[in-house]
Ligand binder design. Structure first.
Ligand code: WTA
Length: 646
């Protein structure tokens, strides 16, 4: 039914928009019709040290596989995000920082102040020996220094690798090792929801498994007593007091790396997604402007964490490239009360709010009162990202939060895509709850069946993108073969997203979720293989199989089937121990929601685990398990059904 439910562009938006329906059609047509010309024209959004004369140079075919954008251009990303605004916006607020505890004062940084702080941080990094091309691991809470550090890296041409502060020492160590980083920037502790997060202690624990690590820079946040290792650990404040604020920019090739960001895939350990300078920044800036109809200095808040790609593209790079005012929030959505998000909106007069369905579902459960006791009069637009938004949450966001006046901009994209690929434009696109609607200019989506036939018109299948766009990832750090293999080998000549998708009669796209072994827990990607590897490291576990199942708040929960070693007995205590084990191995976001002890897993005669059956049992859909006759031992299934974890 939701396909028929449609919300036209509100009259106020139609009147004020920069891009109306005809404007969108024209942009879309030009971008695919004459891409070379279109993208060189778009490139003028950025300040180039040397303006490019080549736009895209790419092929998705194995024999001449390559992806480059503006390869002859030179620029510096940090200069584009800060320096070039100094003349016109030096006194405008660039970053508003809202602390975890509402009793603490917010902080604001103008573009001029941001320029100085970034320069100081860059000089600290240089003094610590960081050079162009070096990897810098950033394991920080949501504090302004995290933004300064990222921009400082970009300024001197170092490649940042931000690791979400919720990851465990083990996960952090793996990410330091993989990109061979010798320096970590962290804080004594983070603060979230009134509780400390032991970041420095985690770095200490990670260091033992990360031999490349030589230097740790620690920003003082809570003043907690943390161990400092002589020669390795330094307080940022000490280094900063000896550093000037002027730091020249490093001229970078458009294809020089900007950052690595680790994300989960269907197999193996997390992969380092590499983004480069020119194309990525252009994509972040263009999509930020189009999807939010953004005009500086409108107050804009993306409530993601800087440790995820959403934080990279839409807290930092996109908004700052556009000369915007971006809000950074240290805390969590529901602390100290379920009104917190809306109080922050009121306190800073936020016009554009961009958050995730999982947060909305959690807040929705608290009822309308915590929303209604706030004003929210400043809000003009509401964004959503991270997973399909269920129509119920969409309507609540639209009606209760936005009082029917704010368009809901549901943005579909991935760490790999650098920025949004499918989303409505607020002044151009009629909305349908649950649909990310239409592709952005330059994006050429196709729906294909299992063998790669392109399906036209109304269709459901797998989502591929048939052409490159400037924000596309360029490689998997250290493993270019894996890059090709993961994304370009399933459907020849096309980028495979890993998502299922339906297109309706109006040409609207409806993402149906992952079709690979990746699950989406509270908008965070988790590879089932990663959780399985963590579980089998436990001395009592013989085998594990992990699947996703529908979860009211998280979207998907983690359901683990665990086979114990022959002499071990299942117990509730062991179940708890295994949950704690996974938290230590990966982090709290990977905690299994349900563990079912299984004497055996359903396998084919060739030994392949039949995940389809495990998924159905986890979902509670046991009436129709399909054909189980190919199983080596069909009776295994009966046992699993009878002992489903509640
Ligand atoms: C899912 C987050 C439906 C999708 C930016 C994708 C979505 C994965 C949406 C990428 C959306 C993200 N509607 N599904 N608006 N946004 N997804 O890399 O399955 O953390 O493949 O990037 O999240 O997650 P990632």
């Amino acid at each position: 039914m939701t396909e028929q439910e449609s919300y036209p562009v509100p009259a106020e938006w139609a009147a004020r928009t920069q891009v109306d329906a005809a404007g969108y059609a024209s942009l879309y047509g030009r971008a695919l019709g004459d891409p070379g010309r279109f993208w060189l024209e778009q490139a003028k959004r950025l300040d180039w040290i040397k303006r490019p004369e080549i736009a895209g140079d790419w092929s998705f075919n194995e024999d001449d596989f390559r992806i480059a954008w503006f390869p002859d251009g030179r620029l510096n990303v940090a200069a584009n995000c800060v320096d070039r605004h100094l003349k016109t916006r030096g006194d405008q607020t660039a970053i508003i920082w809202e602390p975890d505890d509402p009793a603490d004062a917010a902080r604001r940084f103008t573009y001029a102040e941001l320029h100085a702080e970034m320069g100081r941080f860059a000089n600290v990094l240089k003094a610590a020996g960081v050079r162009k091309g070096d990897r810098v691991t950033i394991y920080m809470p949501m504090i302004p220094e995290a933004a300064f550090a990222m921009l400082a890296c970009a300024r001197i041409g170092a490649i940042h690798s931000v690791v979400f502060g919720g990851f465990s020492p083990e996960a952090l160590a793996g990410r330091i090792r993989d990109c061979d980083s010798s320096i970590v920037i962290t804080a004594d502790e983070g603060r979230r929801g009134g509780r400390p997060v032991p970041l420095k202690a985690n770095v200490d624990a990670a260091a033992g498994h990360a031999p490349s690590l030589k230097t740790v820079i620690v920003v003082k946040v809570t003043g907690a007593n943390v161990a400092m290792q002589d020669g390795r650990d330094h307080w940022y404040e000490d280094l900063a007091s000896r550093a000037g604020t002027d730091c020249p920019v490093e001229p970078m090739g458009a294809e020089d790396p900007l950052f690595v960001l680790y994300t989960s895939g269907s197999t193996g350990k997390p992969k380092g997604v590499l983004h480069t300078s020119g194309g990525y920044l252009l994509w972040a800036a263009l999509t930020h402007e189009l999807t939010f109809d953004y005009r500086a200095p409108s107050i804009y808040w993306c409530a993601a964490d800087i440790g995820w790609v959403t934080g990279h593209s839409y807290i930092l790079y996109g908004p700052l490239a556009n000369g915007g005012t971006t809000l950074m929030y240290e805390g969590v959505p529901n602390w100290p009360t379920a009104s917190r998000i809306w109080e922050v909106v009121d306190r800073h007069k936020v016009e554009i709010l961009y958050t995730a369905p999982t947060a909305l579902r959690a807040l929705m459960r608290e009822g309308d009162a915590p929303v209604q006791r706030t004003s929210r009069a400043s809000l003009k637009l509401l964004g959503s990202v991270g997973e399909p938004i269920n129509p119920e949450a969409w309507r609540w966001y639209h009606h209760v939060v936005g009082e029917d006046r704010c368009p809901i901009i549901d943005t579909w994209w991935q760490t790999e895509t650098g920025g949004t690929l499918i989303a409505p434009l607020p002044g151009a696109t009629a909305l349908k709850p649950g649909s990310a609607t239409l592709p952005l200019p330059g994006v050429d989506p196709q729906i294909v069946d299992a063998v790669g036939n392109v399906l036209t018109g109304e269709a459901e299948g797998n989502l591929v993108i048939a052409r490159s766009w400037p924000g596309q990832m360029r490689t998997v750090w250290g493993d270019h073969a894996r890059f090709f293999q993961t994304y370009f080998s399933t459907y020849k000549g096309k980028y495979f997203t890993g998502d299922g998708c339906r297109r309706d009669a109006d040409g609207y796209y409806w993402i149906t979720g992952r079709v690979d072994d990746v699950i989406n827990v509270s908008g965070h990607r988790m590879g089932t293989a990663e959780v399985e590897s963590a579980l089998v490291l436990h001395p009592k576990v013989a085998e594990a199989a992990v699947v996703g199942f529908p979860h009211d708040i998280k979207g998907q929960g983690i359901y683990a089937y665990v086979t114990l070693n022959a002499n071990e007995e299942p117990s509730d205590a062991l179940r708890k121990e295994l949950v704690a084990w996974v938290r230590t191995e990966i982090g709290p976001i990977a905690s299994p929601d349900a563990i079912q002890f299984a004497p055996a897993l359903p396998k084919t005669r060739s030994g392949k685990i039949m995940r389809r059956i495990l998924r159905k049992i986890a979902e509670g859909d046991t009436s129709n398990l399909g054909d189980v006759s190919t199983l080596a031992d069909p009776s295994v299934v009966e046992h699993l059904v009878a002992n489903r974890a509640a």
